[in-house]
Design a protein around this ligand. Structure first.
Ligand code: 5GP
Length: 241
């Protein structure tokens, strides 16, 4: 493809910067090592995280594309930077859980580690001031954040992503506990998967030992944060990590 030039910084988020480019349909994302948790109250750095999340996201997006999921991935530029399709993001976190953990356990007063008969599906409103509250389809339609047909498509794609990723990670002896996706709409109206899939946005447990290999090690001050990210990188890329 023709070379895409970075133009202006559009947005700086907690874990990424986003730049406009010479092509109005494309953006460049740049992954940072910065880490936050607890609505941004806990801040830190996870050395190497930006490069790991960039490469892992891009790899997984390509796996998903090959399995028929439309994604925003275009081209990896370097360790930290990737060209993606420009979308208007739905301000929703789309969360699937296969096993109880995190807010499922705390909200509903159950222990972590309960294996569900079928995955759960939920939305949170992306709004730090409101602490990303749970929100349902009828609320989303009432707030005009998406139409019911959009939500039906997002749910269909998300459950398919879960099936593909569960199987992908199982082969690496990793249990996919839960994850968060974000979707957006391109200028021609197509709904596609956007944002990232990484140890920042998913819970990964070693399938044999149950060891946590994700951002919970940072959120919960467990230590071994960089080691966990590096381990996930090795599971996915082997000697090419
Ligand atoms: P929980 O609702 O239990 O906190 O998170 C469920 C899953 O979604 C976890 O895999 C978590 O990493 C991801 N997730 C939920 N909210 C956020 C968020 O605001 N930022 C990130 N990076 N991941 C989130």
């Amino acid at each position: 493809m023709a070379e895409v030039e970075k133009a202006e910084e559009l947005y700086e988020g907690k874990a990424k910067k986003v730049f406009t480019t010479s092509d109005p349909e494309l953006l460049i994302v740049s992954y940072k090592d910065d880490a936050t948790a607890g609505d941004g109250e806990k801040k830190g750095t996870i050395v190497g995280k930006g490069a790991i999340n960039n490469r892992m996201t891009n790899y997984l997006m390509q796996v998903l594309e090959q399995a028929g999921i439309p994604t925003d991935y275009v081209e990896e530029l370097n360790d930290r930077e990737t060209v993606v399709k420009k979308v208007t993001i739905f301000p929703l976190e789309v969360i699937v859980r296969n096993i109880s953990a995190g807010h499922f356990a705390s909200n509903f007063g159950v222990e972590e580690g309960i294996v569900f008969d079928q995955p759960t599906f939920e939305y949170s409103l992306k709004n730090d001031d409101l602490h990303d509250p749970l929100i349902n389809d009828s609320h989303i339609v009432a707030l005009k954040l998406a139409k019911q047909e959009d939500l039906d498509r997002i749910r269909e794609l998300t459950l398919k992503v879960n099936d593909i990723l569960k199987e992908f990670f199982a082969k690496l002896n990793v249990t996919l506990v839960d994850f968060k996706l974000e979707f957006g709409r391109t200028s021609d109206g197509t709904i596609i998967l956007a944002d990232e899939i990484s140890p920042d946005t998913a819970r990964f447990w070693d399938a044999t030992t149950g060891e946590k290999l994700d951002k919970d090690r940072f959120r919960r001050d467990m230590g071994g944060v960089e080691d966990a990210y590096n381990e996930m990188m090795h599971r996915v890329f082997g000697d090419n990590a």
